[in-house]
Design a protein. Structure first.
Lengths: 338, 262
């Protein structure tokens, strides 16, 4: 029986409200600051300049930030559940890099426009290779060391693939475009992007959500989970597909954004406990809130050049990751609690 | 003593497992009847864990394994899990969750992917907590418990499934003497409810004292299967373990006590 924690219900409500508040803020902030009333009027009626700014320019950006942040939070929680390891995060084994390599290849060869369904599909193909490769190398026991080393190898491989694509880019303009896109951004995204990415993200949420109880059983390790009736092969494949769809599609729209999947589950664990199934929904909400906040942040920094979203999440995420390694040192040195 | 012909729950015939090129389990025949406490003993590397995992359906094997006279591989994973509870070695918990939520995992096979815990689940969990004396520790995080307490949590998780068959792989390993006896008594009590228990044990004195029947493995083969006094006689122990043993009467029967390596 999971812990009876009525408090977690309240926590979910607070997180959801935070996401809504940040979403409204995200609609208010930009080169023209709009008061909340104007934003609501514009959302409902959509007339005039304010209507264009809010509905056509900011709303897609806000929706994408919430959806993509939520996807990263959920994907991080799912990978941590599968690998039974609080340090699992899509970026640590090159999932975003792999998605970026897939999408960049498509852009560089000029075979598809930036707003075509082919771009997320290429991203998903790249991520499938990365996640599938990680699980194949990490194996049944998924020890921390092997998982991390496998992740390092895969991340390096896709980093090299991106470098090769940049290297072979037919003209410097394309290379620059890819390079900027790799930094991660939600600037100038339209509803077309939302429509392209939504089916893939929704598929990812459903797929990962289905494995929640299996992650809970994996608290006992793979053998015990299998003996309880968890189909481990199916669970692994589901997570590969779910993470690939989510991260692959998200990166193909937003560029390489990292560390949301690490930080979001960690933050909510303090409130809802460590049960890997209970972490998933709040981790998704926290991920959405984080990316919304980061995307508001990049717009608040003064200066002619907008700081890229992926740069902000990495700048905040990496020190956080280091702090986490410090606090989890006992766990890391002794591996599982036995 | 148990009635000699209680219901046949599990039957393995010519169970054979190869891992790579190594023949780890070599045509093992084994039966398990309701209410029986069977100890699986043998030296390291004899194939005990592999045989147990094969019988639990966790390890592909050749030969015939039948659960209640139906082929084991025709069972769905949860259906199989409702019949065979398996307690692996080591008592590992990967997340710092409460003892009660670990024990609740034993109910996994009774649910589907989306259902909420039922009243029967709650009753089974409290029964398992009670049987293992864990009620006062139910809300403690497993990471804060001692080794003996964690072993009891792991056992309670397996008991909570309330399966007719319980497999336990070295349930007493690394436990202090008191906890070893407590766990053995808990396992014996489980058989009184009609469940069959198959436990891998390294302490042959403990095995001989508690088990109704001993299955002795060596080099992948079952070399003896019978009452403790027959399967664990000093000659057999010398041959299989390379240890000199003497039979000692401890008031409730004769058990082998080890003296020195040969």
């Amino acid at each position: 029986m999971p812990d009876r924690r009525p408090a977690s219900q309240k926590f979910h409500t607070v997180l959801a409200m935070l996401v809504v508040v940040l979403a409204v803020l995200s609609l208010m902030v930009g080169s023209a600051d709009l008061p909340p009333k104007t934003v609501f009027d514009a959302l409902l009626n959509g007339d005039g300049i304010a209507g264009i700014i809010v509905r056509d320019i900011r709303l897609p950006r806000t929706l994408l930030a919430a959806m993509i942040g939520g996807t990263f939070g959920l994907a991080g929680a799912a990978l941590q559940g599968l690998l039974r390891n609080p340090l699992a995060e899509p970026a640590l084994f090159g999932a975003p890099q792999a998605a970026a390599a897939g999408a960049a290849l498509l852009i560089a060869t000029g075979s598809a426009g930036a707003t075509s369904f082919a771009v997320p599909l290429a991203g998903i193909a790249g991520t499938t290779l990365a996640v599938g490769g990680l699980l194949a190398i990490a194996g049944r026991r998924a020890s921390l060391t092997v998982t991390m080393l496998a992740g390092l190898a895969i991340a390096s491989f896709f980093g090299a693939a991106i470098a090769l694509i940049l290297n072979l880019a037919p003209n410097p303009h394309i290379a620059l475009e890819i390079a900027f896109w790799l930094l991660g951004s939600l600037q100038d995204r339209s509803f077309e992007h939302v429509i392209i990415v939504l089916p893939f993200l929704a598929a990812s949420w459903v797929t990962l959500g289905m494995s929640a109880n299996a992650f809970r059983a994996l608290t006992l390790g793979e053998d015990a989970a299998a003996s309880l009736g968890v189909d481990m092969g199916w669970t692994r494949r589901t997570v590969v597909v779910g993470v690939a769809f989510g991260v692959g599609a998200a990166v193909s729209i937003a560029g390489a954004i990292s560390f949301v999947g690490l930080v979001a589950p960690h933050l909510v664990r303090r409130a809802v406990g460590s049960d890997p199934a209970r972490v998933m929904l709040p981790a998704a909400l926290a991920g959405a809130a984080m990316l919304l906040a980061a995307d508001i942040g990049v717009r608040l920094v003064p200066g002619a050049i907008e700081i890229k979203l992926g740069v902000v999440t990495a700048l905040i995420g990496v020190p956080f990751f280091v702090a986490m390694i410090f606090s989890e040192r006992r766990y890391l040195e002794g591996n599982p609690v036995s | 003593m148990k009635p000699p012909r209680s219901e046949l729950l599990l039957r393995g015939e010519a169970v054979t497992v190869r891992l790579g090129k190594a023949l780890v389990v070599d045509s093992a025949n084994l039966t398990l009847r309701a209410g029986e406490f069977v100890a699986l003993v043998g030296p390291n590397g004899a194939g005990k864990t592999t045989l147990m995992r094969a019988l639990a359906g966790l390890q592909p094997a050749r030969g015939k394994i039948e659960l209640r006279e139906r082929r084991l591989d025709s069972f769905g994973p949860r259906e199989r899990a409702r019949s065979i509870a398996y307690l692996p070695q080591g008592h590992v918990f990967y997340w710092p969750v409460s003892a009660a939520s670990v024990v609740g995992l034993g109910r996994y096979p009774h649910a589907d992917a989306f259902s909420r815990p039922s009243p029967e689940d709650a009753t089974a969990v409290s029964r398992a907590l009670k049987a293992t004396g864990l009620e006062p520790l139910a809300d403690r995080r497993v990471t804060t418990l001692s080794g003996g307490e964690r072993a009891r949590v792991a056992l309670a998780r397996a008991l909570a499934t309330e399966a007719p068959i319980l497999f336990a792989d070295e349930p007493t390993a690394s436990l202090d003497p008191r906890h070893q006896l407590l766990v053995m008594e808990m396992l014996r009590r489980t058989t009184r409810t009609g469940a069959a228990v198959l436990a891998i044990l390294h302490d042959i004195t403990l095995a001989a004292r508690f088990a109704d029947r001993i299955v002795l493995m060596d080099g992948g083969r079952i070399v003896a299967d019978g009452l403790p006094a027959d399967a664990l006689n000093p000659a057999q122990i010398a041959k299989v373990f390379g240890v000199e043993a003497i039979d000692v009467d401890i008031g409730e029967g004769v058990v082998p006590v080890l003296r020195r390596p040969i």
